[in-house]
Design a protein around this ligand. Structure first.
Ligand code: MN
Ligand code: MN
Ligand code: MN
Length: 270
């Protein structure tokens, strides 16, 4: 079981301020590239399971080869700034990892992997699709006996700042972290959803809704539609005051698109 305290910082100013305060306790900075997979029939996402390949470069040793971790998270629950999930992690050869992105079936043919076995047996997956992903810069601090991770995550539609801390005593450590942020005038709120959920909600629904209702032809048309969807989501993301507010606004917007498209006199583009 992975248990983490997870709080969201409102903006880059808060992120900068926290990074400066924690700088004496800095141990390393990791560049993480996260790529997600689902079963061809959405067997993982429909069961709230997340299959991820993470490529990690440690900035201090950037010349060393990246390492790569395969992980499966299941039954995630986030509540009041504390996230709990079943987690399996396995190291993977980075070259093989890259090959699995290009040809996801390769991942299922990896032998001696408990994760791959579980994906096949428990979730009934026989084909995989790659969902894409996002990059994250993670600064790690050893502060007051806690391993504090400060994340700057770049989605297509915006940047998100988050503080995470894996802990055996989340209630106590959440208070310690909150107190530190409050004492230093750094605003925060509890993360409502995982970074994967933000990525997923920002990436697909609007695009899919638009595709259903706006006739586009060929790659060029799709490209234009995607640019539109990204601009659009960026606007909503910037205006949103939190992740839940973002999710609410984007759902409303999709409803608007659906309604307008059902009304022949309505304007198709919101
Ligand atoms: Mn973990
Ligand atoms: Mn995490
Ligand atoms: Mn973690």
């Amino acid at each position: 079981m992975e248990v983490e305290v997870k709080v969201r910082l409102p903006d880059s100013t808060s992120h900068q301020k926290l990074s400066t305060l924690l700088s004496p306790f800095h141990t390393k900075t990791l560049l993480q590239e996260n790529v997600f997979f689902d079963g061809s029939d959405s067997q993982l996402s429909s069961n709230l399971a997340v299959l991820r390949l993470r490529f990690i470069t440690t900035t201090a040793t950037a010349t060393a080869p990246n390492h790569c971790v395969l992980s499966l998270k299941a039954q995630p629950v986030i509540s009041q700034g504390i996230s709990r999930a079943q987690e399996l992690e396995e190291p993977m050869d980075p070259t093989l990892g890259r090959a699995c992105i290009a040809e996801p079936w390769r991942l299922l043919s990896v032998t001696d992997s408990a994760i791959v076995e579980r994906v096949k047996q428990e979730f009934g997956v026989s084909g995989l699709v790659c969902l894409g992903g996002f990059r994250n810069v993670r600064s790690v601090y050893d502060w007051q006996g806690l391993k504090i991770e400060v994340d700057e995550t770049n989605f297509d539609f915006g940047t998100c700042y988050e503080v995470e801390c894996e802990t055996g005593d989340p209630e106590r450590d959440k208070k310690v972290i909150e107190r530190f942020l409050e004492d230093n005038g750094i605003g925060f709120e509890y993360s409502q959803v995982s970074k994967f959920a933000v990525f997923w909600s920002g990436k697909l629904p609007l695009m899919e809704t638009l595709k259903r209702h706006l006739p586009v032809s060929g790659q060029e048309g799709l490209h234009e539609l995607r640019k539109f969807a990204i601009r659009f989501e960026e606007k909503i993301y910037t205006a949103a005051t939190s992740q839940s507010d973002y999710l609410r606004k984007i759902s409303l917007k999709m409803l608007t698109v659906e309604t307008k498209c059902q009304n022949p006199r309505g304007n198709a583009l919101p």
